[in-house]
Structure formats: C-alpha cells, structure tokens
Design a binder for this molecule. Structure first.
Ligand code: AMP
Length: 138
C-alpha cells in the first residue's frame, strides 16, 4: 500500500505543492501549526530517516534550506523550526519520511516545544560516544 504522501506525490490526492524535483516533493501541511507550515518529502518511500538512500538524503539536504528560505520570504516569518519525527513514540503519524518546516510567529503560533533537559553523566557520555562513533565507523 503506498503511503498517503506517495499518493500525493503521484497526484492521486490533491495538495498545495510548493516544490518538486527528481528526489524531493514539498507541499503545505493540511493541518498547519502556523501559516506556511510545509512538508518536505523524499519521493523514495521509507518510514524513517536512517533508511534513506544517500541520493535522497543529499537531495533533502539541498532542498530544505531552499524551501525554508521560500517559506520565510512568502510569510514574512524570520524564525522557524525544522521537525522530523521517526516512529510512533516520536510522534510520527505518516510512515513516510518528511521534514516539517514550521514558521514561528510573535503571536505564539508554530511548534510548541517541551525541552526537559537532563545532565549528561561523564562516564556514560564517554562510553556512549565511543559506541556511536564505532557504529558510524568514525
Ligand atoms: P508526523 O506527525 O510527523 O507524521 O506529521 C504528519 C503530518 O502530515 C501532519 O502534520 C499532518 O497534518 C500532515 N498531513 C497528513 N495528511 C496530509 C495531507 N493529505 N496533506 C497535507 N498534509 C498532510
């Protein structure tokens, strides 16, 4: 079953399109957190970011600042958040990679953030950094 975003990309479901290239498609979110809230989606249908091909990842990296610039220019916003959810626990509803571009306005509209930071244990931090670096092959 194609995802709803693949169906949008294929033109089966309408959207307010703002960008399309070989690897990337972007359109306005149907339930925006603020005016200009947009979604940037790879044509490649993968649920999570780490599953993407390098080609899609590179194209997303190129498209995101361009879309952000255009959304800011069109809305007059000067602050914004980029949000990218992976998995239901991380608030992902549509299992097709997407980046939210969410303008933040002085009236408070935009992404609400709960940022409950903890302190990093030095020993655990050292062990964890070594494990992650090893997994990266760095
Ligand atoms: P997430 O929670 O990161 O998976 O976000 C999915 C986003 O997709 C939500 O912000 C929805 O409002 C948006 N969305 C779902 N269906 C559509 C649609 N047909 N057109 C535009 N945006 C959509």
């Amino acid at each position: 079953m194609p995802t709803i975003f693949t169906r949008i990309i294929n033109g089966e479901i309408p959207c307010h399109r703002i960008h399309a290239d070989e690897h990337v498609f972007a359109f306005l979110d149907i339930a925006p957190l603020s005016r200009g809230h947009a979604l940037v989606v790879p044509r490649e249908e993968r649920a999570m970011l780490h599953e993407l091909s390098d080609a899609s990842a590179a194209a997303l990296g190129r498209a995101l600042p361009r879309v952000a610039r255009a959304v800011m220019a069109a809305t007059g916003a000067s602050h914004y958040n980029i949000l990218q959810n992976n998995g239901a626990l991380a608030h992902q509803a549509v299992p097709h990679v997407h980046f939210h571009v969410i303008p933040r306005f002085p009236d408070g509209s935009g992404l609400g953030i709960r940022w409950e930071s903890r302190s990093l244990d030095a020993a655990d931090g050292a062990a964890l950094a070594a494990r992650i670096a090893a997994a990266l092959g760095s």
